[in-house]
Design a binder for this molecule. Structure first.
Ligand code: PAF
Length: 280
C-alpha cells in the first residue's frame, strides 16, 4: 500500500489506473479505524480492482464546542490495518492541503432540506462540512464507486443527494452497520465510553430493535413510540437527543402510505454522542 499526502500525487496515481482501464473505489474516513471501516474496505475491494481510502479529520464538520481537537488521530496504526486489509492507496492530506484558505473564505456545499433535521438540528454546520469535504474528495479521487457506513444513515442520504444534485458520476454504496456481539454499533466515539457507560451503551440498539418490532406489528402512533423510546433511553442513563421514525430514502416524516421506514436515534452517554438506526 502506498500513502500519499498531496492531491497531486492522488490524482496522478488514480489517473494511471484509469488509463489502464481499472475501476477505482473510494472509502472516505476520519481515521481511528475499527472493524467497521475495514469492512468498508473489504466491500470496496469486491467492487473495484483499485481501492483508495482517505483519512482526514475534517475541521469543517465539527461545531465550535465539539471534539475536533481531541478526536483520536492514529495514522500509523490505521495505515498498518489498511495495508493488511489489501488497500492500494491511502490519501492522508493535511488541513492546509484540503483547505488552503480559511474555511469561511472557501466555497462550501449545502444540501438543503436534509441537513438541518435530526442530527443537523443540534449540529447546525455538521452536514455542510461533510458535504463539502466529500464533494472535494470526489473531485480529487474521481472514483467509480464510494462506500459509506449505514450507521450514519443521514450522512448517507445526504451524500446520495449531493452526488445526484451535483452530477457526480459515482455509485454511492451504503454498507450495513458492523456491531459488537451485544449490538452496539462500532464507532470511533465508543472509545470515549467509561466501563460503566460501555455496559449501558447496547441499550440504544435494544431500544431501536424493540421499537422496530412494534412498528412491524402495526403500531400506528409514531410520535408515541418515539416518546416512549426516548423515555427508555433516559431510564437506562442516556441523555436522548432524538428518536424519530422517518422515510428511509429522504428522511421526511412518513405518511400512513409509506412503507420504507427507518428508525433513527442519537443520545449522549457521558461525553460520547452515540447514533444508530434500523430499517423497519
Ligand atoms: O463518516 C465519516 O467518517 C466522515 O463524516 C466522512 C464521510 C469521512 C467525511 O469527513
Amino acid at each position: 500500500m502506498r500513502t500519499v499526502h498531496s492531491i497531486a500525487e492522488l490524482r496522478t496515481q488514480v489517473a494511471a489506473w484509469r488509463r489502464a482501464g481499472e475501476r477505482v473505489a473510494l472509502v472516505p474516513t476520519m481515521g481511528n479505524l475499527h472493524r467497521g471501516h475495514l469492512h468498508l474496505v473489504e466491500r470496496a475491494r469486491e467492487r473495484a480492482p483499485r481501492t483508495v481510502a482517505s483519512i482526514f479529520v475534517n475541521p469543517a464538520q465539527f461545531g465550535p464546542n465539539e471534539d475536533y481537537a481531541g478526536y483520536p488521530r492514529t495514522l500509523d496504526d490505521d495505515a498498518r490495518q489498511l495495508a493488511a486489509a489489501g488497500l492500494d492507496l491511502l490519501f492522508a492530506p493535511s488541513v492546509a492541503e484540503m483547505y488552503p484558505r480559511p474555511l469561511e473564505q472557501m466555497t462550501q456545499v449545502t444540501v438543503p432540506e436534509l441537513s438541518g433535521i435530526l442530527c443537523g438540528a443540534s449540529r447546525p454546520i455538521h452536514f455542510r462540512g461533510v458535504a463539502t469535504v466529500v464533494g472535494k474528495l470526489f473531485n480529487m479521487a474521481q472514483p467509480d464507486v464510494a462506500l459509506f457506513g449505514e450507521k450514519d444513515w443521514q450522512q448517507l442520504v445526504i451524500i446520495r443527494r449531493l452526488a445526484a444534485d451535483l452530477d457526480f458520476p459515482i455509485e454511492i454504496v451504503g454498507v450495513p452497520t458492523v456491531r459488537e456481539a451485544d449490538g452496539l454499533a462500532l464507532s470511533s466515539r465508543n472509545g470515549y465510553l467509561t466501563t460503566e457507560e460501555r455496559a449501558i451503551a447496547p441499550a440504544l440498539y435494544a431500544t431501536l430493535v424493540a421499537s422496530a418490532e412494534r412498528l412491524r406489528a402495526g403500531e400506528p402512533d409514531y410520535a408515541r413510540l418515539a416518546t416512549e423510546a426516548k423515555a427508555r433511553l433516559a431510564a437506562a442513563g442516556f441523555r436522548p437527543d432524538y428518536v424519530e421514525i422517518r422515510r428511509a430514502h429522504d428522511l421526511q416524516i412518513p405518511t400512513a402510505a409509506d412503507t420504507d421506514l427507518r428508525i433513527l436515534a442519537a443520545a449522549w452517554l457521558g461525553r460520547a454522542r452515540l447514533i444508530d438506526n434500523l430499517a423497519v
